[in-house]
Design a protein around this ligand. Structure first.
Ligand code: SF4
Ligand code: SF4
Length: 219
């Protein structure tokens, strides 16, 4: 899940200065779950923009605007109103916004209504929690399924720092120390021997941006 939060309304209005006719693109997956770009939020945004003198020419909510084929289909079905619009407001993550821009044939201004935060897990209470930093070299097998790259505030790879106190992190006492969680998990599973294995420093070349995974086979 790509986690997003909506920008301040005043900031969104500012980005649309000088552009009257706005077409809105929402997101049926992550932004719907985050309540930043589902049907309810798109309709709220439409009402807000109209109350502030804008003309909302229409809206569409592809299941996943980060998938080119879906974005192309959504734009194709709304070709006429997109053409008549001055700007497009994307209520998705930065990925969805860029995918839309890349697939847009018209020369239109594209604006974002959301800030993109992190890859998040949704817990039972509906909170979004960062659990993976997409490091490109997963070590969960060695750490009881708990990611120290993401959950240790210092990203330590071989056990806790000296500041851990009663299982809490010294950087933020409200958080569990990732290495205390890892230790407890391995102990419970009878796999504490895994801690004897040295985990080498992260190979940050695997995180060098921009990354891509080309699926097309070489001919
Ligand atoms: S080690 Fe952590 S950051 Fe890397 S892929 Fe696994 S879960 Fe994600
Ligand atoms: S207390 Fe634990 S989670 Fe916090 S920085 Fe130290 S090792 Fe990492």
């Amino acid at each position: 899940m790509i986690t997003t939060k909506q920008k301040e309304r005043s900031e969104i209005l500012k980005s649309l200065e000088g552009q009257c006719k706005v077409f809105i693109v929402g997101c049926g997956e992550c932004a719907t779950a985050c309540k930043t770009g589902g049907e309810e939020e798109v309709k709220e945004m439409k009402a807000f923009l109209e109350a502030n003198g804008k003309v909302v020419t229409g809206f569409v909510i592809p299941d996943a605007p980060c998938v080119s084929s879906q974005t192309r289909t959504a734009l194709g079905k709304n070709k006429k109103i997109v053409k008549e619009s001055d700007a497009i407001l994307v209520m998705a993550c930065g990925l969805g916004a860029q995918c839309l821009k890349e697939n847009l044939k018209e020369d239109k201004a594209v604006h974002v209504s959301n800030d993109t935060l992190f890859i998040g897990e949704i817990d039972r209470e509906g909170n979004f929690l960062e659990r993976c930093s997409a490091c490109g070299e997963c070590i969960l097998e060695l750490t009881g399924g708990i990611c120290p790259v993401t959950r240790c505030s210092k990203g330590l790879m071989n056990g806790p720092c000296g500041g851990m106190d009663k299982g809490k992190c010294e950087v933020d006492r409200t958080l569990d120390c990732a290495w205390a969680l890892i230790y407890n998990q391995l102990k419970e599973k009878g796999t504490l021997y895994l801690l004897k294995r040295y985990i080498p420093p992260k190979d940050y070349s695997k995180m060098q941006k921009p990354r891509s995974r080309i699926m097309k086979k070489a001919v």
